[in-house]
Design a protein around this ligand. Structure first.
Ligand SMILES: NC(=O)c1ccc[n+]([C@@H]2O[C@H](COP(=O)([O-])OP(=O)(O)OC[C@H]3O[C@@H](n4cnc5c(N)ncnc54)[C@H](O)[C@@H]3O)[C@@H](O)[C@H]2O)c1
Length: 293
């Protein structure tokens, strides 16, 4: 996709972090923007901020876990702007309730339902609600699904499972769009660390999926927060995504520092050995030398 001015982008999880940065980048390209988010106060602030830059923007309260809510988002977006050209299925969460050391079979159902519900089913709901409309109007378009490097590396618990699903889903989407001769590209965004509010994702956990007990040890929380804070800025990710839409790249990998770990993962797959988890100590040493993970 090369022409952006006057076209419309919808971004889920658009009130914060990567989603908001994407919205700002689309606004800078003079696109209309629909910000969708589950958190009303942050959504209001994000809409106000974009409005101050003369962007045609609406905010829609939407829960991507719920198919009906995403259908309603599509209806409101089309009612406001007519045609939708870019869809970013970006809303995502990570459970920070489980202390490290929780085996995968011990993870509470509430975490599975929430993390898969938002990160994977949320993307499915976005495709179901928007792709038929995007095909029907026939103009150029693009879909960006936010996964993570956790969707390409080994491990990652519930989060890794959900993000591997998003990678696979997007590969299938890309193929299916090509087979239909659609003028719609597809990309899967796989960032490493980005300085956003994801460490506080629990703020938006639905009440019926809360449970007693389990929390990250403070030292682990602090280390994770520091790793995210030392990551790339959301605006930098948004710029790379924008260029990838122009170039119609399927895989968006904004953090080349992780390439070595990716290679080792796929070497282990081909050697029929493993799993090859990345080594946090190596990452820390390289980060101390200035590489951004
Ligand atoms: N920050 C990172 O280091 C990083 C790395 C790789 C991938 N990601 C992915 O990037 C995406 C954006 O996350 P972020 O880092 O900007 O975090 P963030 O917490 O800053 O933003 C996420 C947004 O999603 C919204 N959201 C949560 N649940 C929702 C739901 N059910 N429906 C609609 N909106 C919902 C939140 O309110 C928030 O505004 C996620 O998919 C995340 O998994 C982040």
């Amino acid at each position: 996709m090369r022409d952006f001015a006057g076209k419309t982008a919808v971004v889920t999880g658009g009130a914060s972090g990567i989603g908001y940065a994407l919205a700002e980048r689309f606004a800078a390209a003079r696109m209309n923007v629909v910000l969708a988010d589950i958190q009303q106060d942050a959504l209001n602030r994000a809409v106000e901020k974009l409005e101050s830059s003369q962007t045609h923007v609406i905010g829609v309260l939407a829960d991507t876990m719920q198919k009906a809510s995403v259908q309603a988002l599509a209806e409101q977006s089309i009612a406001a702007f007519g045609k939708i050209h870019i869809l970013c299925n970006n809303a995502g969460v990570a459970s920070t309730r489980n202390a490290r050391g929780t085996a995968i079979w011990e993870v509470p159902d509430e975490d599975w339902r929430w993390v898969l519900g938002v990160n994977l089913h949320g993307v499915v709901h976005g495709l179901q609600a928007f792709v038929p409309h995007m095909l029907a109007h026939g103009e150029e378009g693009h879909i960006v699904n936010t996964a993570s490097l956790a969707g390409l590396l080994s491990g990652g618990g519930t989060y890794g499972v959900s993000k591997h699903g998003v990678v696979s889903l997007t590969e299938t989407l890309c193929n299916d769009l090509k087979q239909r001769g659609a003028k719609i590209g597809a990309s899967v965004l796989c960032p490493g660390m980005v300085s956003t509010n994801i460490m506080d994702a629990e703020r938006n956990r639905p009440d019926d999926l809360k449970y007693e007990g389990g929390s990250l040890p403070e030292a682990v929380r602090t280390a994770m927060a520091a790793a995210l804070a030392g990551g790339k800025a959301p605006a930098e990710i948004a710029e790379i995504v924008f260029r990838s839409i122009e170039e119609n790249n399927l895989y968006i990998l904004p953090h080349p520092a992780w390439d070595d770990f990716l290679k080792r993962r796929f070497e282990a797959v081909l050697a029929r050995k493993g799993p090859a988890f990345f080594d946090p100590a190596e990452m820390m040493q390289r980060r101390a030398k200035g590489e951004v993970f």
